[in-house]
Write a protein that binds this ligand. Structure first.
Ligand code: DDH
Length: 296
């Protein structure tokens, strides 16, 4: 089968809100990461532990967030996962404190918490993933290679394997890349996409359309830089969203309509975290309050 059954024996909502609060408080306290927040790298961990799913694979190596297999060196060594140990280490204390929580639940909840605390939309989330063994590690080359610059390639990742539409892939990539930056010592690329890398915004879409993007003149990997400030970047795969007319119409839509952008992102990111998992009817989607909403 291509899906896995989530456990029906989960804790009440309040218990998960407590874990959310613990993660959010640590995010608030620890600001020694490049732009002052570990939030972006937590979002990337949630995406990379989920984005390995292949809906056409019925083997035990089908991937997805269920099995928590990025705790194994073998999956950490996937070149596309370079730099994510930082995020795993950030969350590890909560695995110790809430030992019945699986890694898949912890890492996806970490991403949900980061998005909401960085001013993003509410992301529905469900628990029940179970840790599986080393033999469930998915194969390499499922997570996207940023040096590819064709629509066909981007669709091969998000449509063929993950089942997302053109509009959904544009939304996921563009809101994801509003956050954080590339690190030479991780991916080999360098720099942020936006001027506010610790805020969830639709700025990626506006900048992609409005700026004049040129190949950066440097010794590193082939990437683009904005002609006006030369401080921002775009990956080859990001530029595809502007060049491919079927993608571009959604870039234009999301650049104009932030509200629609955030509503669509909340929905599609939530589904990304649940790819390959069947949840029992008894497990209702949870929506967490931010620290601010709780007066914390
Ligand atoms: Fe990404 N991403 N991403 N990305 N991503 C990188 C960083 C971050 C690709 C390549 C890179 C998504 C899609 C793609 C985030 C979220 C999301 C880096 C730099 C590369 C390279 C890593 C480093 O050096 O530290 C490619 C290729 C794709 C693609 O789909 C074609 C999606 C869908 C998301 C999402 O969240 C939904 C975030 C956040 C970061 C910043 C991490 C950080 O440490 O900061």
């Amino acid at each position: 089968t291509n899906v896995r059954e989530a456990s029906a024996s989960v804790k009440p909502f309040e218990e998960y809100q407590k874990i959310y609060n613990d993660i959010a408080e640590k995010l608030r306290e620890e600001d020694d990461r490049d732009d002052g927040s570990y939030g972006p790298v937590l979002v990337r961990l949630a995406w990379h532990c989920s984005g390995t799913y292949d809906q056409n694979d019925s083997s035990q190596n089908k991937g997805g967030s269920y099995a928590g297999t990025m705790r194994f060196q073998k999956e950490q060594d996937d070149p596309e996962n370079a730099g994510l140990k930082v995020a795993q280490d950030f969350l590890e204390p909560f695995k110790t404190k809430y030992s019945s929580l699986s890694y898949g639940d912890l890492w996806t909840l970490g991403g949900v918490c980061a998005i909401q605390e960085l001013n993003g939309p509410k992301i529905k989330w469900r628990p029940g993933r179970k840790d599986l063994g080393l033999d469930a590690v998915p194969p390499y080359h499922r997570l996207p290679d940023a040096s590819q610059e064709t629509g066909e390639y981007v669709r091969s990742v998000f449509n063929s394997r993950l089942g997302f539409t053109d509009q959904e892939m544009v939304c996921l990539i563009g809101v994801g890349h509003a956050l954080g930056r590339c690190h030479v010592d991780a991916s080999g690329y360098d720099g942020p996409w936006t001027f506010s890398p610790t805020m969830v915004t639709n700025d990626f879409f506006k900048l992609l359309l409005d700026e004049d993007w040129k190949i950066r003149d440097w010794d590193g990997k082939r990437q683009y830089t904005d002609s006006s400030t030369k401080s921002l970047m775009m990956l080859p795969t990001d530029m595809v969203l502007k060049k491919d007319s079927k993608f571009r119409k959604y870039v234009e839509l999301y650049a104009k309509d932030e509200e629609k952008c955030m509503a669509d992102f909340a929905d599609v990111f939530s589904r990304l975290l649940e790819r390959g998992i069947k949840f029992p009817d008894s497990t209702k989607p949870m929506v967490f309050k931010t620290l601010e909403e709780q007066g914390l």
